[in-house]
Design a protein around this ligand. Structure first.
Ligand code: SAM
Length: 255
C-alpha cells in the first residue's frame, strides 16, 4: 500500500473505513469441476495473525525468509505442525525443497528442540523438468519455478547436529534414494500432479501414527492437478483432507 493510500487510511480510520487492495481478478482454469467454490475471502475483517508478531522473527530469519516462496502465515503453520510431531517416531520429509527456506525452518525447529530426527529434502533444484499438460494445465512450463542450486541449498542446511539428505532429481524416480523407514512429518510442495501423487503415496506408506502431511498447493486454482492427486490418494487411504481457511495449505493426520 503506497503512502497516499496510507494517508487516506489515516483520515478514514476514525470513521471505521479502510482502503484495501484486492487481488487482480483471477481467471480460473477451464478444467475446474467446482469453480464456484474458488472465491475470495469470506470477509475482510481484521483477524488475529500471530505470525506477524516480532516473536516469530526468531524463526523467520533471513536464512529462511530470503530462501522461500512461503509467506509468514504458511511458515507459521509449518513450524507449528513440525513442533506437534516432534514426539512422533520418524524423520522429516519434504518434496519440493525449492531454495531451501522451508527446509531450513524445519531444521531450525529440530535443532531448537534437540531432536535427532533426520531431514530429507527432494527437488530437481532446476525447477519443473516434467509437466503433464492434461493434469497440470497449460499455464505451467518446463523450467518454471527455478529456485537455488543443489550446492546453494546444501550450504543453507549445512549443520553439525542433524543429518540432512539432499536428493536431487525428478520425483518419482528419486524416491528410491529415501531410505528412511518412518516419517513423522511430510511437507509436499511440488505443485504438479505426478510428483505430488508419488511423494504422498511414499510418505503415507511410512507415516507413523500421529504423523502429519502438510500440502502447500491444495487450494490454488492453478494447482488443481496437485489437489486431484491429494484427493485421490487420501480417499484411498481413507484420510480426510483438512483444508485451511483463507490459505492454500491443507493437511492430513494419520490417526
Ligand atoms: C513451490 S517450489 C517449492 C518451494 C519451497 N518449499 C519453499 O519453501 O519456497 C516447488 C518445487 O517443486 C520442484 N519440483 C516440481 N516437480 C518436481 C519433480 N517431479 N521432482 C522434484 N522436484 C520437483 C521444483 O523444482 C520447485 O523447486
Amino acid at each position: 500500500m503506497g503512502t497516499l493510500a496510507q494517508f487516506i487510511n489515516g483520515l478514514l480510520q476514525p470513521v471505521g473505513i479502510e482502503l484495501v487492495r484486492l487481488p487482480r481478478r483471477q481467471v480460473l482454469p477451464a478444467e475446474l469441476p467446482d469453480a464456484s467454490l474458488y472465491t475470495g475471502p469470506e470477509n475482510y475483517h481484521r483477524l488475529f495473525r500471530p505470525w506477524l508478531g516480532g516473536e516469530f522473527d526468531r524463526w523467520f530469519t533471513p536464512a529462511v525468509s530470503d530462501n522461500t516462496l512461503l509467506s509468514r502465515q504458511k511458515l507459521y503453520f509449518l513450524l507449528r505442525m513440525v513442533e506437534q510431531t516432534l514426539g512422533v517416531p520418524g524423520d522429516l520429509f519434504e518434496a519440493g525443497a525449492g531454495s531451501g527456506g522451508s527446509g531450513r525452518l524445519m531444521l531450525e525447529v529440530l535443532r531448537a528442540h534437540g531432536s535427532p530426527k533426520a531431514l530429507w529434502l527432494l527437488d530437481t533444484f532446476e525447477g519443473y523438468q516434467k509437466i503433464d499438460p492434461a493434469k497440470d494445465g497449460v499455464h505451467v512450463k518446463v523450467n518454471d519455478c527455478k529456485c537455488r542450486s543443489f550446492e546453494e541449498v546444501g550450504r543453507l542446511v549445512q549443520n553439525d547436529t542433524n543429518a540432512v539428505h539432499l536428493v536431487q532429481g525428478l520425483i518419482p524416480g528419486t524416491l528410491a534414494q529415501v531410505t528412511t523407514r518412518e516419517i513423522a512429518f511430510a511437507h509436499i510442495d511440488v505443485n504438479l500432479h505426478e510428483p505430488t501423487k508419488a511423494a504422498l503415496e511414499f510418505a503415507l506408506e511410512r507415516l507413523s501414527r500421529g504423523g502429519v502431511v502438510v500440502f502447500d498447493d491444495y487450494n490454488w486454482p492453478a494447482t488443481f492437478g496437485a489437489r486431484q492427486a491429494i484427493d485421490e490418494v487420501c480417499a484411498r487411504h481413507r484420510l480426510p483432507v483438512i483444508c485451511l481457511p483463507e490459505s492454500t495449505q491443507a493437511f492430513v493426520v494419520k490417526p
